[in-house]
Ligand binder design. Structure first.
Ligand SMILES: *Cc1c(COP(=O)(O)O)cnc(C)c1O
Length: 363
């Protein structure tokens, strides 16, 4: 190695996140075909951690015309990446924000009569918006009876309502009877709003009968999450996270490793220390439970995850050496599994993907 040799990305940042844009667009097409309805993309939380600046244009080029984010700030970022797309803001209209929505061409998903009235004053029927109907979450939206009462009211036209939507409580559990109740309630509301598009299905909802209507609204499955837990994942994996092995060391039986000596070697062991920790967004809750792949071999994560480092047991893995990589997500280690190991869901793993990683996009 020359003394002025170039440092690789992974050496500079400690870990590298690779995002497969081709897999995201393939997943979008699979859902659109499966749902046989126009398919939007939910790209809140910076496209589930994958980066709206690259993910948005890739989906637009694949044919996606409608996008959903959570906040006005996310809508402004999405607008910069998507000059011509329909962009809806799921969290609704904060007081006094209607002018900013209008200035950026963003569409609020209105969740109450107050929001509807404030938006109508600015929109005067010219600027579109969606109406959120609550069919069971008790989180955002008008209750079903209020939505039914409001149908045909002049305020609906004055607020430019061009979409009604509702959100599932338990779509990933098809056996839960709440799904059928929500599907029936939303169908009644839809019938009261003829000529206005209706949207109910998130990722898992695309796989529920009676839920698909006029616009699909998947997020998680676009990014490789399994929308049908309990059955094989029909989606392509999108994210690969690889960390640099900073050191490899041999320890005697009885040695401990990491903070509080939480792990004890029960045999002479070889340990590899990875340049990635909870400050990168990798969950500390995975301490002592998860795995990483070294040379394709699953190696236990041992002891407590540190702020910037993780220790692996690589006793039986000759490929483990300083400068090699260890895969924490990808190559068969899917985000649902990583989430389960951390006592959470894959959604939280994705949206936690940190800003320390260097992001590389492939097609
Ligand atoms: C996040 C969200 C979605 C997307 O849900 P996934 O389970 O990620 O597909 C759809 N609709 C609403 C209202 C949401 O908040």
């Amino acid at each position: 190695m020359g003394e002025a040799g170039p440092v690789t990305d992974i050496a500079t940042h400690g870990a590298k996140l690779t995002i497969d844009l081709g897999a995201i667009t393939a997943n979008w097409r699979l859902l659109a075909d499966r749902g046989s309805a126009p398919c939007a993309a939910v790209v809140k939380a910076d496209a589930y951690g994958c980066g709206i600046g690259r993910v948005g244009p890739a989906l637009r080029a694949a044919g996606c015309r409608t996008f959903f984010v959570a906040h006005l700030s996310e809508g402004i970022a999405a607008r910069a990446a998507l000059p011509e797309a329909e962009i809806y803001i799921l969290n609704g209209l904060p007081p006094g924000a209607a002018g900013a929505f209008a200035a950026h061409g963003l569409r609020p998903v209105l969740g109450s009569i107050e929001e509807l009235s404030e938006w109508a004053a600015v929109s005067t029927g010219r600027l579109p918006a969606a109406l959120h109907v609550d069919t069971g979450m008790n989180r955002l939206g008008l209750p079903v009876p209020e939505a039914l009462d409001l149908a045909g009211d002049a305020r609906i036209a004055a607020a430019g309502i061009d979409l009604i939507l509702s959100h599932f409580v338990s779509a990933e559990k098809p056996e839960d009877p709440v799904n059928a109740r929500q599907i029936a309630d939303f169908a009644r509301v839809r019938a009261a709003y003829p000529g206005i598009r209706a949207s109910l299905a998130n990722s898992s909802g695309v796989f529920l009968d009676g839920a698909r209507h006029d616009l699909l609204r998947p997020g998680y499955a676009l990014f490789g999450g399994n929308p049908t837990p309990g059955a094989a994942n029909p989606m392509r994996p999108v994210v690969r996270l690889e960390a640099l092995i900073a050191q490899v060391r041999d320890v005697e039986a009885g040695a401990t490793a990491g903070y509080n000596g939480r792990w004890t070697a029960h045999r002479p062991s070889r340990l590899a220390t990875l340049s990635l920790g909870y400050a990168d967004g990798f969950p500390r809750a995975i301490s002592g439970r998860g795995q990483a792949l070294v040379g394709g071999v699953p190696c236990p994560i041992l002891g407590l995850v540190s702020m910037d480092l993780i220790i692996l047991d690589v006793t039986d893995v000759p490929a483990a050496r300083r400068g090699a990589g260890a895969v924490l997500i990808g190559d068969g280690l899917d985000i649902d599994t990583v989430g389960r190991s951390a006592g959470t869901i894959g959604y939280e793993i994705l949206t936690g993907l940190g800003s320390r990683y260097v992001r590389t996009y492939v097609d």
